[in-house]
Design a protein around this ligand. Structure first.
Ligand code: GTP
Ligand code: MG
Length: 226
């Protein structure tokens, strides 16, 4: 595995990504509800915390402690000691939480192994087509830019999950967040639902790898390759 990768713990996905997530750039994950974005973030976060590094996790949707417990097993208490969890209730608070997490990561006083914003576009979506749309776009862009710079400078992988809208033209699922986010994220993954507990990760964009896909399964204790 290249040194600049963070293993996802899912063999098929690591193979797709030549070892895992890039540690100096932003990874965007988009996909419809229930496609596994949150479970993936929790799975990777638990791996990082288990190794003793800090996870800064910004959760806009109410992370399931039950689910975290299932993934973490007996080690939940120890893992929670390495979790800095923020639960913003609007986009302004989200932007402040991102700024704080990024500043702490760049400061380097404690070993930070992962930055997560899940979902990055929940509050943004609520502002679309309203009077605050421009402010929302700006707040999202600032947060994304902060994640990009921090990941690069502090060598901390960053994940931002993104919601989707369905194109009326051809019915495809498109990510929110506009072209800025699509350029800022150096890796873009789309999660698709397959029957039952199966899911597919499609590598939509990467700066050094071809497009491709990998499957995984949702199990009671985490995510696994096929
Ligand atoms: P949104 O946040 O709504 O966009 O969805 P998401 O992409 O974050 O989906 P999430 O990661 O929350 O995945 C939820 C999927 O995992 C759903 O299909 C659930 O049915 C499934 N799921 C959640 N908990 C469990 C579990 O303990 N066991 C199994 N087998 N499936 C689970
Ligand atoms: Mg989710």
């Amino acid at each position: 595995m290249p040194a600049d990768r963070l293993s996802t713990g899912i063999v098929s996905v690591d193979r797709l990504l030549d070892g895992g997530l890039e540690t100096d750039s932003l990874t965007e994950i988009y996909g419809e509800g229930g496609s596994g974005k949150t479970l993936f973030c929790l799975d990777v976060a638990v791996r990082v915390a288990r190794e003793g590094r800090w996870v800064f996790y910004i959760d806009t949707e109410g992370v399931s402690v039950d689910r975290l417990r299932a993934v973490a097993g007996d080690g939940l208490d120890r893992i929670l000691k390495r979790f800095l969890l923020s639960t913003p209730t609007n986009l302004e608070e989200q932007e402040r939480a991102v700024a704080t997490a990024c500043a702490l990561a760049r400061e380097g006083k404690r070993p930070v192994g992962l930055l997560v914003v899940d979902s990055g576009t929940h509050f943004y979506r609520l502002s679309l087509s309203g009077p605050d749309e421009d402010d929302a776009r700006q707040a999202l862009s600032l947060g994304v830019a902060d994640l990009v710079v921090t990941s690069l400078k502090a060598h901390v992988p960053a994940i931002l999950t993104n919601q989707v809208w369905r194109s009326v033209r051809d019915g495809t699922l498109e990510p929110l967040g506009g072209s800025f986010l699509n350029h800022a994220a150096k890796t873009i993954l789309r999660f698709d639902r397959l029957p039952g507990n199966r899911r597919r990760v499609v590598l939509v964009k990467h700066r050094s790898l071809p497009e491709g896909s990998a499957d995984f399964r949702i199990t009671p204790t985490g995510l696994e390759g096929p």
